[in-house]
Design a protein around this ligand. Structure first.
Ligand SMILES: [Zn+2]
Length: 332
């Protein structure tokens, strides 16, 4: 097996920097005790966490071999020394009790290997209190203890913890790598190309798109909304976003994708090929029809609306404020 690639079950596409960093540490036997893997959803952060855990417990020197008992147990999430912190509550954070149990457990020696790894996936809603409880352990971990967090935004983790942890960005991959990843996961070449065109470097989002009607609906609504913005159709913009607001997740998806198109509109002025959103042509239309200042302001309004959706603010209010802002900023 090629080093740094994993097997089919744990293959990491692209992300050379991340792989080189962890393999170099491992080769020098100087693996950090704590990792923070951050980046958008769909970029494979959890697979990366599993990969680092398997690398730590693998019985072969140039692991993870994905064949030894430690690796296969790690892959099936049944390795006794790889512990996944349990999510709880409506927001999916980690309870005081879970954190307390981990803090106590970390001082008990490992069972099967000489390492014990605690993984906090999707830790975006980890509380400050939970982080403070973990701080001492992360500052001075027992020799055998390791911690891996995955988050979308690295700023969620307190500076006191971030300064003691290795931060690794989960990066987007190339369009070709996306197509390879999708076809290796059983997707037809044609579907893989279509999805890669929409979500370029994000393999997870491509898979989600291919497997869910909701995502297809979201792409449709995003394109329609973008058309309305381009055509100065304020009523149309409101109608599209109101339709999306029937479902919080759908609205979030549409706003995220719309924001990507707007950010692409800003980027294509300098790098014509730097498209990451789901519509190249609309990014170009926005870019030529709007000033940079207008694009920046609309991007800010979209980001603001997105962050309010989870904060129990009335959805209708968010949508109408957003539409008003887009109409106003459109004129800048
Ligand atoms: Zn192994």
């Amino acid at each position: 097996m090629q080093q740094g690639n994993g097997t089919d079950n744990m293959k990491i596409y692209g992300n050379r920097l991340l792989l080189d960093t962890v393999h170099n540490m491992s080769a020098r036997d100087r693996t950090a005790h704590s990792f923070l893997i951050y980046g958008d959803s769909g970029l494979g952060k959890k697979t990366m966490a599993d990969y680092i855990a398997a690398l730590l417990v693998c019985e072969n020197e140039t692991g993870p071999c994905c064949a030894c008992r430690s690796c296969t147990n790690a892959l099936s999430h049944v390795h006794p020394d790889i512990i996944y912190a349990e999510h709880s509550g409506k927001m999916g954070g980690f309870s005081v009790e879970t954190v307390r149990n981990i803090c106590a457990d970390a001082y008990i020696k490992p069972n099967n290997t000489d390492k014990k790894i605690y993984i906090f996936t999707d830790a975006d809603n980890i509380t400050v209190q939970a982080q403070n409880s973990l701080l001492k352990l992360i500052e001075e971990p027992p020799d055998y203890a390791y911690f891996i967090f995955t988050v979308s935004d690295r700023n969620i983790i307190l500076e006191t913890i971030r300064s003691r942890i290795i931060s690794l960005a989960a990066a987007e991959v190339t369009r070709d790598e996306t197509v390879t990843a999708l076809t290796e996961n059983g997707i037809s070449e044609q579907d893989a190309r279509e999805a890669a065109e929409l979500f370029s470097g994000n393999i997870g989002r491509c898979l989600e798109y291919l497997q869910s009607d909701q995502m297809k609906n979201a792409v449709d609504l995003t394109k329609k909304t973008a058309d309305c913005i381009i055509n100065r159709d304020e009523y149309g913009t409101l109608r599209c976003l109101t339709e999306a607001s029937a479902d919080k997740a759908l609205l979030k998806n549409v706003i995220e994708m719309l924001d990507r198109i707007v950010r692409d509109a800003l980027a294509v002025r300098y790098l014509p090929d730097s498209i990451t959103g789901c519509s190249r042509e609309r990014a170009h239309s926005l870019s030529s029809g709007l000033t940079m200042h207008a694009c920046e302001k609309i991007h800010e309004a979209l980001a603001r609306a997105h962050s309010l959706i989870d904060k129990n603010v009335n959805i209708k209010l968010i949508v109408s404020v957003l539409c008003g802002e887009i109409a106003a900023f459109r004129q800048l």
